[in-house]
Design a protein around this ligand. Structure first.
Ligand code: ZN
Ligand code: ZN
Length: 73
């Protein structure tokens, strides 16, 4: 698979990941890795959160940024 961001600029770069928002392939330069927490444990056990990660393309990363979300009614 080739990076969609690079593809639109006329170059082909191999992907290192897939955007979790739109499914586009992203290369190392276009990948935006965001931290996310995964809740684990049951109601009976001690609650906890594990650090995980999420790969996004620049477009989805910008759309999900706190500043952009504030513009959404
Ligand atoms: Zn790229
Ligand atoms: Zn995306």
């Amino acid at each position: 698979m080739h990076c969609l961001g690079c593809r639109t600029t006329g170059t082909d770069s191999p992907t290192v990941g897939v955007c979790q928002g739109c499914g586009a392939g992203v290369c190392a330069a276009h990948a935006r890795v965001a931290a996310r927490s995964v809740r684990r444990g049951s109601q009976l056990g001690a609650p906890g959160a594990a650090g995980a990660r999420r790969v996004l393309c620049p477009v989805c990363a910008a759309a999900e940024a706190p500043g952009a979300a504030a513009l959404t009614p």
